[in-house]
Design a protein around this ligand. Structure first.
Ligand SMILES: Nc1c(/N=C/[C@H](O)[C@H](O)[C@H](O)COP(=O)(O)O)[nH]c(=O)[nH]c1=O
Ligand SMILES: Nc1c(N[C@@H]2O[C@H](COP(=O)(O)O)[C@@H](O)[C@H]2O)[nH]c(=O)[nH]c1=O
Ligand SMILES: [Zn+2]
Length: 361
């Protein structure tokens, strides 16, 4: 029975997907005499935690009840009071958690406090599902780096555009809708200046229901970006330009003038040092970034070992062209043994398009 209630807590935790950053997704379910008497999920950073919502709903019925939480209840005073105290005060008898909280502020202290109060603690129910649900939070809180997802879309013969640069469209409506759901989910969307110059993209989230726009991050070491680019003139999302010392001061001043945030990073081989950029972005609570290319920037993320997850669309179209661009460009690995290996592979169909998803561990 513990798994059933924990799965319900995981299910409702996901209601706030993409909305709790930099906090994790957390769900809580309170059970008494085999009935759910209270449940709740964390909505937004700085607002009440999942356990508090569930305790409010259970009221008196929390006394002597079990609480299932997808993450170890917090024991520190962050933006909200500690859940452990509320759980103890409410007279909960047994706490079942899916995983401990890797946040150094919590990290096992919550469970210790609950045990010290004489509460029975069970840990590790549906741990794998809980860790997957919070793959973004786990990366950011432990490594202080954003969770990086590379999304590419290519024809069957492995190209992202024709020899003339035309790329509209490779994938179908359904596939492109999934990409907008990814934009709605993640905190940032990153492209290289090559993509801006080639496609003049908007990089906002266009879905039927209200979505949120990710922060647009353009890697452009010499600030070559034209001031009339859509990512500069379109104000429905914030835009960050990552440059190096090589960028001209006047261009930077002109960009600041039109509301663009400019980050000057360390330089690596004459280009933006991506690790340095990601460290700075993580400090700004940008906990996840969708990298949408182009081929050079994608390769840089792999060669710097910065990629966590890959979504690769393959459309059943063939365009040929020896010089047509492929999804991953750059210098390339010299030997097959040096290939970046994906694992935990899953595939999905979007009508005739195929999506392959994998992790770079
Ligand atoms: N050309 C294709 C893609 N092209 C992806 C490029 O990053 C392109 O610049 C952006 O998708 C443009 O964004 P926006 O629509 O202006 O917001 N990506 C896809 O998934 N399928 C394709 O067919
Ligand atoms: N969202 C969440 C938790 N989040 C934990 O608390 C930290 C944020 O605290 P605060 O700034 O007060 O919101 C966050 O980094 C994570 O460790 N804990 C929980 O018991 N239940 C919840 O629903
Ligand atoms: Zn809490």
């Amino acid at each position: 029975m513990d798994e059933i209630y924990m799965r319900e807590a995981l299910r409702i935790a996901a209601y706030a997907s993409g909305r709790t950053t930099p906090n994790p997704l957390v769900g809580a379910v309170i059970v008494k005499d085999n009935r759910i008497v209270g449940q709740g999920w964390h909505r937004k950073a700085g607002t009440e935690h999942a356990e508090i919502h569930a305790l409010h709903q259970a009221g008196e019925l929390a006394k002597g009840a079990d609480i299932y939480v997808t993450l170890e209840p917090c024991s520190h005073y962050g933006k909200t009071p500690p859940c452990c105290q509320a759980i103890i005060k409410a007279g909960i008898k047994r706490v079942i958690v899916a995983m401990t909280d890797p946040n150094p502020l919590v990290a096992g202290n919550g469970l210790k406090e609950l045990k010290a109060a004489g509460i029975e603690v069970v840990e590790g129910v549906c741990r794998d599902e809980a860790e997957k649900l919070n793959e973004v939070f786990l990366k950011w809180i432990v490594h202080k780096m954003p969770f990086i997802v590379v999304k590419t879309a290519m024809t069957l013969d492995g190209k992202i555009a024709t020899v003339s640069g035309d790329s509209k469209w490779i994938t179908n409506e359904k596939s492109r809708k999934f990409v907008h759901q990814l934009r709605d989910l993640y905190d940032g969307i990153l492209v290289g200046i090559g993509t801006v110059l080639a496609d003049n993209p908007t990089l906002t989230t266009r879905l039927d229901h209200l979505g949120k726009n990710p922060v647009r991050i353009i890697v452009d070491s010499k600030a070559r970006i034209p001031l009339d680019s859509i990512v500069i003139t379109n104000k429905s999302a914030h835009t960050i330009l990552a440059v190096t010392e090589r960028a001209s001061q006047e261009k930077i001043a002109a960009l600041l003038q039109v509301g663009i945030e400019v980050i000057v990073t360390k330089e690596k081989a004459d280009q933006v040092d991506l690790s340095d950029l990601l460290k700075i972005l993580a400090e700004k609570n940008i906990c996840s970034i969708l990298v949408e290319g182009g081929s050079r920037i994608n390769y840089s993320f792999f060669v710097e070992h910065l990629v966590d997850k890959v979504h690769c669309f393959i459309a059943p179209k063939i365009i040929g062209g020896t010089d047509a661009a492929s999804p991953i460009g750059g210098k390339g690995t010299f030997y097959m043994k040096d290939a970046y290996q994906l694992n935990d592979i899953t595939t999905e169909r979007f009508d005739e398009d195929i999506l392959i998803t994998g992790y770079v561990r």
